[in-house]
Design a protein around this ligand. Structure first.
Ligand code: MRU
Length: 367
């Protein structure tokens, strides 16, 4: 997407042909910093410490990490070792495992001498495929927005609430939850987005709000607890969120707090949609609450908040007593029964085993 008239993806191959440039999202919205990453260790740090984040982008970054390793050592042992190192960086987003598996499957069957070049090519393809998947998610989601817009009075916006950042920053480009919003804007449909701040790391306030502002999407930042109130007062027409892992039966794991939004949406008759590319579906898992590992991150993310002070310096401040321990489960699971529909690249699926397998018949019978 464009930032100040320049087109950016979140990650791209450096002009040296082997290292990787990425937007270091820790500094947004205050600074747009691009880092060049030159080793597998640095790739692992960038994922673990959330220079990059968002399920699809985590997967693409890891794919480039595999390519970097193949350049140094293309043996089977090195391939397995880099899989292990990168896989443990973030436990919840299934796109990480999906991308690592895709790379390993592809490279294993090649002679070692061909692996490095093939790895960079496959990583670039995974990045390009992500952009295409998101465009298609946008087209299907746009149809839903169009229908809601058709029931509105002239000039009245479609009010959309979103949680966390499932925007272009969470993917290679376009985003998942934001893709239909950007396409609706392009089509001249009036939209307005309620952006949940998304504590503790504030991906809504820092990233989604930055995206919305940058692309001229009318939006309002709200605290995480405002959603229920807004829905009770008819101020939200639909919720669209992303997901880090969706089960074969349609349970949706996403940023902590998503479940409460889904409950409020159900209580108020507001449609609750989840936008996802198929690599986010974990066909091996059925019951999301019982089976999806939930990342527990440092309590410092709860007790310390990043911001820009009056001198223009970006720094952290403590908001709780030093002695108070903080818990930080990073994701929760919204049961399929609370999900109105799953917006995928192939269309909108019912959040159920039948719904998903009707769109992805190649996974029928998968366990
Ligand atoms: O912890 P994060 O910032 O990686 O969490 C991101 C989310 O929860 C997104 O909603 C999800 O990855 C979908 S991104 C298209």
């Amino acid at each position: 997407m464009k930032v100040a008239d320049k087109h950016y993806r979140t990650i791209w191959l450096n002009e040296d042909g082997w290292s990787v440039d990425l937007i270091d999202q820790r500094w947004l919205p205050h600074e747009l910093r691009v880092e060049t990453v030159r080793s597998v260790d640095a790739i692992a740090t960038a994922i673990r410490d959330m220079w990059v984040r968002g399920a699809p982008l985590i997967g693409v970054t890891a794919a480039y990490g595999v390519a970097m390793r193949m350049r140094e050592d293309a043996s089977d042992a090195a391939l397995d070792a880099v899989w292990d190192v990168l896989h443990e960086t973030r436990p919840t987003a299934i796109n990480l495992r999906w991308a690592l598996d895709a790379m390993r499957r592809h490279l294993r069957k090649l002679p070692e001498a061909e692996r490095a070049e093939a790895a960079y090519k496959r990583a670039a393809e995974i990045a390009d495929e992500d952009v295409e998947l998101n465009r298609n998610i946008g087209r299907h989601g746009l149809e839903i927005i169009r229908k809601i817009a058709a029931g509105k009075k002239p000039g009245e916006p479609v009010n959309i609430l979103t949680h966390c950042n499932a925007g272009w920053l969470a993917t290679v480009d376009y985003g998942t939850a934001t893709s239909p919003i950007y396409l609706a804007m392009e089509e001249g449909i009036s939209v307005h987005v309620y952006v949940d701040e998304t504590r503790p790391r504030n991906q809504g306030a820092q990233l989604t709000a930055w995206e919305m502002a940058g692309h001229g999407v009318p939006h309002t930042l709200v605290v995480d607890n405002a959603g229920g109130h807004l829905m009770q007062h008819g101020m939200v027409d639909m919720v669209i969120v992303g997901t880090d892992r969706t089960t074969a039966e349609g349970d949706v794991c996403n940023k902590i707090g998503t479940y409460l939004k889904a409950l409020a949406a159900r209580d108020n008759g507001v449609p609750f949609y989840v936008a996802l590319p198929s690599p986010t579906i974990d066909w091996t898992v059925r019951d999301g609450v019982k089976e999806i590992p939930i990342e527990e991150r440092s309590g410092d993310e709860v007790s310390l908040v990043w911001g820009k002070d009056e001198t223009g310096a970006v720094r952290q401040v403590r908001i709780s007593p030093e002695a108070t321990p903080a818990g930080n489960p990073a994701f929760d699971v919204t049961p399929a029964r609370l999900v109105t529909g799953l917006i995928t690249e192939r269309g909108v699926a019912d959040a159920s085993a039948e719904g998903l397998r009707a769109l992805f018949p190649e996974h029928a019978g998968a366990d």
